[in-house]
Design a protein around this ligand. Structure first.
Ligand code: PLP
Length: 401
């Protein structure tokens, strides 16, 4: 018999599994609202013009494809932290941080998870919001952390459940590990206000929680990169010696290039040297060193004024198109007679709309209409375009079944 006859089929990935089912679906009016990737108004994948330009220019600029080093390019680390925290921030000025260039935002999460599982000096449980991105728990658990939740979303208002969230963060043990979505909470599209962030920061200080921020959408949530970084910067200003992950998949449209970074703020040069050595020990046996092409593109965007200003325009256009699709969806639902309250569609921000549709309704939409979304009712907003928004009307999404 085969070596592998004892291996059983495992469950499909909740997001990429749906994509496979969608690709096999032969209906011509099918709509894919699952994967969080930007599409233009023709429903096509979009490569930013500035990225195309840099790729052409980089062919001349870089004459080699040597290994980047275990943690990647220091110039990329610098560009990424200046982007997240500003060049004026104390840790940036004093060089008190350790970064690893990572294989996308997911790779960044994986590195920090392994680091925390090995070195976090208190309970190795990370508290994530309920709900959270579907890959958080698998990444953390497979890295050796326990995963628990705190409340974030209030179904009755389709908003942030501030009181429940504060209560949960106060109730859990002191010195806990807390994950926040820095902006554009996935899947709900609901972020705390700046006042609420301030309160969260205060509670985490009082309880001496260690904060980790996952920032996958800087600039892409609202079109304003400073606004999107404001929660992270507020926590740093409040003195949290935190760590954070960055993804450049969405805001630069570099999905398959896999560009991300993880950064840990530290206190002294000695601590920095120790952390750097330990991150190398974590990364080396996994993939030796990160891919170079996307990091070179991202570094150019972040450090060359000319490219950066072109990018800001293109990023804003993407964010604005998503916002306009929120209005179009709400209007289409009203036009076709839905009497349900869809105000949350335009209240939420970022890439996703947490529709409030039940798992049964999601299944019915897929089976009866070829409309695909994740079973938590999350809609990837950039998948909507002028030609399909009307299809998501009263007869499909908007009917209360
Ligand atoms: N973190 C969050 C909250 C995300 O939504 C995503 C992507 O969907 C990621 C991390 C992973 O990003 P990447 O595709 O760069 O691995």
């Amino acid at each position: 018999s085969s070596w592998w006859s004892g291996v059983e089929v495992g469950p499909p990935d909740p997001i990429f599994g749906l994509l496979e089912a969608y690709n096999k679906d032969e209906r011509t009016n099918k709509v894919n609202l699952t994967v969080g990737a930007y599409r233009d108004d023709q429903g096509k994948p979009y490569v930013l013009n500035v990225v195309k330009q840099i790729e052409r220019d980089n062919l001349d600029k870089y004459k080699e494809k040597e290994y980047a080093g275990i943690l990647g390019y220091p110039s990329f680390h610098r560009a990424a932290i200046e982007f997240a925290l500003t060049p004026q921030e104390k840790h940036v000025k004093e060089n008190l941080y350790v970064s690893a260039q990572a294989i996308g935002g997911t790779g960044a999460l994986r590195i920090i998870a392994l680091f925390l599982a090995k070195f976090f000096p208190h309970q190795k449980t990370i508290y994530v919001p309920a709900p959270t991105w579907g890959n958080h728990a698998p990444v953390f658990r497979s890295s050796g952390l326990n995963v628990e939740t705190y409340r974030h979303f209030k179904p009755e208002t389709c908003g942030f459940d501030s009181e429940a969230c504060y209560e949960d963060l106060r109730k859990i043990p002191d010195n806990s590990l807390i994950l926040f979505h820095a902006c554009g909470h996935n899947p709900t599209g609901i972020d705390p206000t700046l006042d609420e962030w301030s309160q969260l920061s205060k509670i985490c200080k009082e309880k001496n929680h260690y904060v980790f921020m996952d920032m996958a959408y800087q600039g892409f949530s609202t079109g304003d990169l400073d606004r999107d970084a404001s929660a992270l910067r507020l926590f740093v200003r409040d003195g949290h010696q935190l760590s954070y992950a960055q993804s450049f998949s969405k805001n630069m449209g570099l999905y398959g290039e896999r560009v991300g970074a993880v950064t840990i703020l530290c206190d002294t040069p000695e601590e920095k040297a120790a952390l750097e050595s330990q991150l190398k020990i974590i990364v080396r046996p996994m993939y030796s060193n990160p891919p170079i092409n996307g990091a070179r593109i991202a570094t150019e965007i972040l450090t060359n004024e000319n490219y950066r200003s072109q990018w800001l325009v293109e990023m804003k256009n993407m964010a604005d198109r998503i916002t306009s699709m929120r209005t179009s969806l709400k209007d289409a639902l009203a036009k076709h007679g839905s009497t349900l309250d869809w105000s949350h569609v335009t209240k939420q921000i970022g890439m996703f709309c947490f529709s409030g549709l039940s798992a049964e309704k999601v299944d019915a939409l897929r089976n009866d209409y070829g409309i695909y979304m994740t079973r938590d009712g999350r809609i990837s907003m950039p998948a909507l375009c002028s030609s399909n928004v009307d299809y998501l009307d009263y007869n499909t999404i908007g009917r209360d079944i």
